[in-house]
Design a protein around this ligand. Structure first.
Ligand code: 1GP
Length: 248
């Protein structure tokens, strides 16, 4: 089954959780170990990506190791046009729609579309919207980050992505953000959006995950948590809260 269809079917049943693993911070064996732990706690898919230190070699090895260990769909969350790998089940074919850099809005996509086609990796189109604080990705991407209280601007960007035909919209507060995207913003965007909404950045507690789920996120992404938590029960509690399942 195509990854997009797999996700859509699962979203119809409730909120999903995806673990984001960074091959620059984790070797393939450790990434596979964490991915398996996440799967056991309920993760629906694994995303792989990072902003620096990504090579085709570490992407290939990480994707293979995760697939072998978990059997879950592995989705490439690309940091740029030079970090692609044929070992993935899918790639977010994404546009950072509030970047001031044209190359991030459409240039990198033009540069890579034919290569992705020839690699046979499923593209999943996604509108990527940076929300304050935006962190490293907002800085590197020269994003005009959405102010945390500008709900109408967030709605406008999200709906523009949907009207342009994008299949998913991602509200990103930035990896390691001190606070996730505000619940009020998630709720406001969900109100106008028909395509699934992904929310990530700064989600490290069960309480935060639960709040974002209740506000209407269809997919909750956690990255930093996966790398920093040695306590498996914390990881499991956050994943279960993201999915609305009670901790057993
Ligand atoms: C970053 O949204 C993701 O792209 C995850 O952020 O590392 O803060 O969980 P965290």
């Amino acid at each position: 089954m195509k990854v997009k269809n797999y996700l859509m079917e699962r979203i119809a049943q409730g909120t999903l959780h995806m673990a984001l693993l960074d091959p620059d911070k984790l070797n393939p064996a450790d990434a596979a170990k964490i991915a398996l732990q996440s799967k056991k706690a309920g993760s629906d898919a694994i995303m792989v990506g990072g902003s620096t230190g990504i090579t085709e070699k570490n992407l290939d090895a990480t994707a293979k190791a995760i697939k072998e260990a978990t059997g879950l769909p592995v989705i490439l969350f690309p940091g740029g046009p030079h970090t692609l790998s044929k070992e993935f089940d899918a790639i977010y074919f994404m546009s950072m729609v509030n970047s001031r850099k044209l190359e991030l809005v459409i240039g990198a996509q033009v540069m890579t579309s034919l290569k992705i086609r020839s690699m046979g990796v499923e593209p999943i189109s996604m509108g990527y919207i940076i929300v304050e604080p935006g962190m490293k990705v907002g800085e590197v991407g020269d994003a005009a980050a959405i102010p945390r209280d500008d709900l109408a601007l967030a709605q406008s960007y999200a709906l523009a992505c949907e009207y342009l035909g994008m299949n998913f919209v991602y509200l990103e507060a930035g990896s390691g953000a001190d606070r996730p995207v505000p619940k009020s913003m998630v709720r406001a965007v969900k109100e106008v959006l028909s395509v699934p909404l992904i929310v990530g950045g700064g989600i490290r507690t069960a309480e935060a995950a639960e709040g974002i789920r209740e506000a209407g996120a269809d997919i909750i992404v956690t990255g930093t948590l996966m790398e920093q938590t040695t306590d498996g029960s914390v990881l499991s509690a956050v994943i279960k809260a993201a999915k609305g399942k009670t901790q057993s």
